[in-house]
Design a protein around this ligand. Sequence first.
Ligand code: C5P
Length: 240
Amino acid sequence: MDPRDRLIFPLDVPNKDEAKRFIELLKDTVGLFKVGLELFMAEGPQFLQFMADEAGVEYFLDLKFHDIPATVLGAYAKIMKGARLATVHVDQGLRHLKANIEGLKNGVKILGITVLTHLGPEDLEAMGFAPEYARDPSRLVLLRAKLAKEAGCDGVVCAGSEARAVKEHFGPDFLVVCPAIRPAWATVPGDDQRRITTPTEAIQAGADYIVVGRPIRLAANPREAAARVVEEIRRALESR
Ligand code: C5P
């Protein structure tokens, strides 16, 4: 895999025009674009048609639906065609995942969201998680990665600091996608991410893909920022 292919850029923008601008600007520098709730709610499923037919770029459909199995399956079934990767929440439970995964796959690789990266130990404790999990979120991530694997997911989304343990427990072919990536040179005003790592740390720990949004989107020159991340990925791969 080319280092560039490991970089996912989230199209966290308010409308199609902005999305098109970033696709044009970055399509030669990043490997995959991610469509999330903000853009999907603004532009609807037609936007996915645009991605597949007009923009001619592959995408990761990250809608993070959270509901009973029948509802999630019904919603995704209508829009999944054309996506390369898509997400489900592992905390919907094993029964839910098992019921959905096979139906969803249809050429799409399914990733289980383990523990969102904006959550830290105090958040997890306040949400009622037992101290042994709240104080060490990587334990919760491993527990959820196990459920994801058992249910037939192709991989998981977790923090870079958790990537090594996931790869060690579940093998090299179980995909690990890491958001909350902050290059040393980036500053993100009012950052909501908690369990952050640099591109180098995540890739060296075994991440297959990294998701880098604001450090690129808010940079004075987003293309140059993306190229810098790709270069960091290349160097990290050489030393892993
Ligand atoms: O780099 P930045 O923080 O801007 O990236 C934000 C993106 O990462 C959002 O699209 C968000 O949905 C995604 N994300 C994710 N899984 C997490 C945390 C964030 O896919 N656990």
